[in-house]
Write a protein that binds this ligand. Structure first.
Ligand SMILES: *[C@@H]1O[C@H](CO)[C@@H](O)[C@H](O)[C@H]1NC(C)=O
Ligand SMILES: *[C@@H]1O[C@H](CO)[C@@H](O)[C@H](O)[C@H]1NC(C)=O
Ligand SMILES: *[C@@H]1O[C@H](CO)[C@@H](O)[C@H](O)[C@H]1NC(C)=O
Ligand SMILES: *[C@@H]1O[C@H](CO)[C@@H](O)[C@H](O)[C@H]1NC(C)=O
Ligand SMILES: *[C@@H]1O[C@H](CO)[C@@H](O)[C@H](O)[C@H]1NC(C)=O
Ligand SMILES: *[C@@H]1O[C@H](CO)[C@@H](O)[C@H](O)[C@H]1NC(C)=O
Ligand SMILES: *[C@@H]1O[C@H](CO)[C@@H](O)[C@H](O)[C@H]1NC(C)=O
Ligand SMILES: *[C@@H]1O[C@H](CO)[C@@H](O)[C@H](O)[C@H]1NC(C)=O
Ligand SMILES: *[C@@H]1O[C@H](CO)[C@@H](O)[C@H](O)[C@H]1NC(C)=O
Length: 886
């Protein structure tokens, strides 16, 4: 839905550009042709078909490249010469990016060719994502086994997995995906697995495929002794009403019974009693009939009238099919083409397709969970065979995971056991994305840092085991509370620097931890004037029950307010000590200087406000008020504050990787990858989304920019600097009129003109941040005309120059679709009219999709061309083709 809106906006902004990008020519540009086992980066064009194949190396991390025995290579298409075999692991998966919502012909080819010299024919399973597709039983060393499925994948990638079932080593020779028109092969129940696809009356002995067939279906030749061939040398056309478009070469030959008065019969027996079938019969008259000749016939299924009378049309295709699955009562499906009374000629048929219904009902695991667990896997470099869908099929659950299953709905991760997995670094914030988690075991690793606050957001958590790590600091109060109330089994033993017990709680009265500051600040604020309660998030609400009292709006003129009466705070001399007498400057802002510090063994950043500045005071107050109430993994955490007369300071957690601006700047040699940039954008968007939609009344940041997106040692982004933020309290309207503040370039032009503020002003600024992330160009051009980054991007888009929009420092290492999606989002965010801008919810959804796109596909280049392909077609491959007639 949302995407539809974005697309429209794009067209409005840039004419037909977006549409042009989406149109594909009828060539192989949208084919995906993967030769498994081909060396990394190599590609070639198969001589006999003209299909361009690429190596599978970019789609899978496991398995080994093998070659079939040379004797079998003669006369075979090159894509079966090499293969990838999987001696290790139970389930090995290819991950292939596709276009979501498109109907695909998915073809997997298996040619054993005694590649391992053992002449042992293996049997194994093939899964498509969360569903079992087929069992591959290799019964002949020199036959290719070709499985085909017509399927609309639900996500923007497919995972094709080879599963070892203890009956030999799985392998695969080729994977091919061909988009089909939406209106072809329409069914009412499920996907279609090819059973037959035959070119009846074929005069050649070989199957036809691309380029004869625009969709690269393979048509196997079929003749039967009681039939005779008819053919024409003229072209057979398809009308646009027939999306099936069978190739002319297939349609130009047909079969008719040798006995003029006999009917034309064929049948099959179902693989099992529950199998359902669809049939597509293709007809075209190939003989120019004389005036006194006619050809007309009925079609019956199991003796019952099915279609007709039908008269084939000269040189035009006709497709005969039903939109529901066939119904057979007697087991067999017996088709008979019977000539009608006044027909002078017997029936004909040119091509037949039969498909069995394949129900791929099991959903893939919830995509948020998949994203989180995939990131956890990469963050910690988890050394387990974590491939394919994490939860499904259930029998192939990832080791260390457990999931909840609810019919065919998307499974959710409910348990994560990474005990004894050599994890290092901090506890990953991605864990908090696994919102259904009940059991979390991170024990016996080398995890460092604090026990993060976000763990207490996991509201279903019942068991949390952090034993035997090197965690430090104190345990979030909420976790302790839940542990005491018995709803959480918390184990934190053998962490040398962690204060978990009562001793720690006693110490709390001395140390500055947020919970206590909170209480004291509230004490102050109850006294204060304007009252506006803020509630943020659901899981937070419980925790803040006792403090959910009142907060002041940030309006000025509060100099006389008794801030001094706050009981809990850091003294100025504490600040001096923490910062080692303001030794190391981290940065300077308009209202003060930020210093490095160390407080209770934790690295901190201390912002000291310029003395006796009214604005400094307001900024200070705004931040304190906001940060004591608003907690989110993507917002900076306040660990203390100081207010002594004109000495005002705030103590934050330390952000080791400074801010996004610093990371993007030319001086930085460590170039942020596209994936990292997207993740930072998503983190920042989550913080902003929380302010806008998780808090009541909403909070507008008013100064979203790259320098305010702070990065910790793991490059998790947090939104900082709430000095300008505004609690957005209105009675009925949607705007607040205020004095314009913000940073040039990031400032919403509508707000600038009208002084009317709403959340969309932040969305604008966020759009500018996104454009900066994508292009890494100055927000305001350095040349004379001072072009704004959004104007520059519009200009490049209008020229159709998408590639050159992207930061050249990425060296082209990104998925174009992923970047394109981000560009689309950014462009609508910076729309001059605020009503056209999306909400942060929508932005977040789009960015996550963009990340999924980037993660799910690492399409390898089309590097080396290997030239020595001289082979003949011998794809007479399918041993499963039953006799058609009797
Ligand atoms: C394949 O290409 C990539 C990018 O061009 C390169 O980094 C990699 O080393 C290449 N691999 C091989 C085996 O040539
Ligand atoms: C294997 O298939 C080939 C044709 O491709 C055939 O000639 C041969 O007899 C088959 N072998 C077996 C054991 O069925
Ligand atoms: C394809 O057709 C289905 C209905 O048959 C429709 O719901 C869907 O939107 C169509 N998709 C596209 C991309 O046209
Ligand atoms: C031709 O078919 C008709 C009807 O099925 C049958 O009666 C006749 O015997 C057949 N002729 C020959 C030569 O098989
Ligand atoms: C049909 O017409 C042709 C001449 O055009 C003639 O030779 C043939 O015998 C006719 N056949 C019948 C069944 O009338
Ligand atoms: C006889 O055949 C013609 C086509 O050649 C068809 O249009 C007509 O309906 C048929 N008549 C009967 C009675 O089947
Ligand atoms: C063909 O079908 C029509 C319509 O159902 C029927 O009237 C006719 O008798 C059938 N002809 C034969 C030979 O079965
Ligand atoms: C997963 O959870 C279910 C239900 O709680 C339990 O029966 C099963 O043993 C668990 N599986 C694993 C691998 O832990
Ligand atoms: C978690 O994993 C560890 C090590 O693999 C294992 O010893 C422990 O039994 C697991 N816990 C559960 C509940 O499965």
């Amino acid at each position: 839905m949302v995407m539809g809106r974005f697309k429209r906006f794009i067209s409005e902004l840039f004419g037909g550009l977006a549409l042009i990008l989406l149109v594909h020519a009828q060539d192989q540009s949208d084919f995906i042709s993967i030769d498994c086992g081909l060396p990394e980066n190599s590609s070639y064009t198969e001589w006999s078909t003209g299909v361009d194949y690429i190596s599978d190396a970019g789609f899978i991390d496991s398995g080994i490249n093998r070659q079939i025995s040379t004797e079998f290579k003669v006369d075979l298409q090159r894509q079966v010469w090499s293969l990838r075999s999987f001696p290790e692991g139970i389930r090995n998966c290819y991950s292939i990016r596709i276009t979501q919502g498109t109907k695909y012909l998915i073809r997997a080819t298996f040619f054993y060719g005694n590649y391992d010299g053992e002449s042992k024919l293996p049997e194994f399973d093939v899964h498509l994502g969360a569903n079992m597709w087929n069992t591959i039983k290799i019964t002949n060393v020199s036959n290719a086994f070709v499985k085909e499925l017509i399927h609309v994948p639900p996500l923007n990638y497919i995972q094709l997995c080879l599963v070892n079932t203890q009956r030999g080593t799985p392998f695969i020779s080729a994977i091919e995906l061909r988009p089909l028109p939406n209106s072809s092969y329409v069914t009412t129940d499920g996907s279609l697995e090819r059973f037959w696809r035959v070119d009846v009356g074929s005069e050649s002995n070989s199957p036809y495929r691309y380029k004869y067939d625009v969709y690269d279906r393979i048509w196997w030749p079929y003749n039967y002794e009681e039939w005779t061939g008819l053919s024409t040398s003229l072209t057979i056309e398809s009308r646009s009403s027939n999306p099936s478009r069978p190739p002319s070469v297939v349609m130009s030959t047909a079969a008719t019974p040798i006995n003029d008065s006999a009917s034309l019969n064929f049948y099959w027996e179902p693989e099992d009693a529950t199998s359902k079938y669809y049939i597509y019969m293709h007809f075209a008259e190939v003989v120019k009939l004389k005036a006194n000749q006619s050809r007309s016939f009925n079609v019956t299924l199991n003796g019952k009238h099915w279609y007709g009378p039908y008269v084939p049309e000269y040189l035009w295709t006709f497709i005969m099919y039903s939109t529901d699955a066939l119904i057979s009562t007697g087991g067999k499906y017996f088709f008979s083409l019977v000539k009608t009374e006044n027909s002078t000629l017997p029936p004909i048929i040119n091509a037949i397709e039969v498909y069995s219904v394949k129900n791929l009902l099991q959903s893939e695991t919830d995509q948020e969970d998949v994203g989180a667990i995939t990131k956890i896997k990469s963050t910690y470099g988890v050394k387990r065979n974590w491939q394919g869908d994490p939860c499904a099929p259930q029998a192939y659950l990832w080791e260390g995971l457990n999931c909840s299953y609810d019919g065919y709905n998307a499974p959710r991760v409910i348990s994560l056991n990474l005990s004894s997995s050599e994890l290092t670094g901090a506890i990953s914030a991605d864990i908090s994305t696994l919102v259904m988690l009940q059991y979390l075991d991170l024990s016996n690793n080398s995890l460092t840092g604090l026990v993060p606050e976000f763990l207490s957001q996991l509201q279903y958590l019942e068991v949390l085991n952090l034993e035997r790590n090197q965690l430090s600091g104190s345990i979030p109060a909420e976790l302790i509370k839940r542990s005491k109330s018995g709803s959480l089994l918390l184990s934190v033993g053998e962490n040398s620097n962690l204060c978990a017990s009562n001793s720690c709680e006693r110490k709390k009265s001395k140390n500055n931890i947020v919970v206590l500051i909170l209480a004291s600040v509230v004490g102050l604020l109850i006294l204060s004037l304007t009252i506006a309660a803020i509630f943020c998030g659901l899981t937070r609400r419980k925790k803040q029950d006792k403090t959910r009292v009142a907060l002041v709006d940030t309006e000025p003129n509060v100099q006389n307010r008794p801030l001094e009466s706050m009981q809990r705070q850091v003294t100025y001399s504490d600040l001096q000590r923490i910062t080692n007498n303001f030794e190391r400057i981290l940065g300077k802002g308009g209202f003060g200087t930020v210093y490095y510090g160390c407080m209770d063994g934790i690295r901190v950043a201390v912002k000291v406000f310029s003395p006796s500045s009214v604005q400094g005071y307001q900024q200070f107050q705004a931040e304190v008020k906001l940060l004591v109430r608003v907690h989110h993994k993507n917002l900076t955490t306040l660990v203390g504050y100081c207010y002594e007369g004109t000495n005002m300071g705030l103590v934050y957690e330390y952000m080791a990787n400074r801010d996004l601006e610093a990371q993007l700047s030319g001086h930085n040699t460590n170039i942020l990858s596209w994936q990292a940039r997207l993740q930072i954008a998503i983190d920042a968007a989550e913080g902003l989304e929380y302010l806008h939609h998780g808090c009541k009344p909403p909070i507008i940041h008013r100064d979203v920019k790259t320098t305010n997106i702070l990065l910790n040692e793991k490059f998790n982004a947090k939104l900082g600097d709430f000095g300008l933020s505004k609690i957005f309290q209105t009675d009925s309207g949607t705007h607040v009129s205020t004095n314009v503040v913000g940073t040039p370039g990031y400032l919403d032009p509508e707000y600038y003109k009208s002084n009317w503020l709403n959340e969309k002003s932040d969305v604008y600024s966020f759009g500018v941040v996104l454009l900066k992330i994508i292009t890494n160009r100055p927000v305001i051009g350095r040349s004379q005309d001072r072009t704004h980054i959004s104007q520059w991007v519009s200009f490049m888009l209008a020229k159709g120059d998408i590639q050159n929009i992207v930061d050249p420092r990425l060296g082209g290492d990104f998925d174009v679709n992923s970047v394109w999606k981000a560009v689309e989002v950014a462009v609508v965010c910076v729309s001059p009219t605020s009503s056209r801008r999306p909400t942060m919810n929508q932005v977040l959804t789009e960015l996550k999709e963009s990340l999924t796109t980037e993660l799910s596909q690492k399409m390898e280049g089309y590097g080396v061309e290997l030239k020595d392909s001289f082979d003949m077609i011998n794809m007479d491959l399918d041993t499963e083709l039953n006799p058609l007639a009797r």
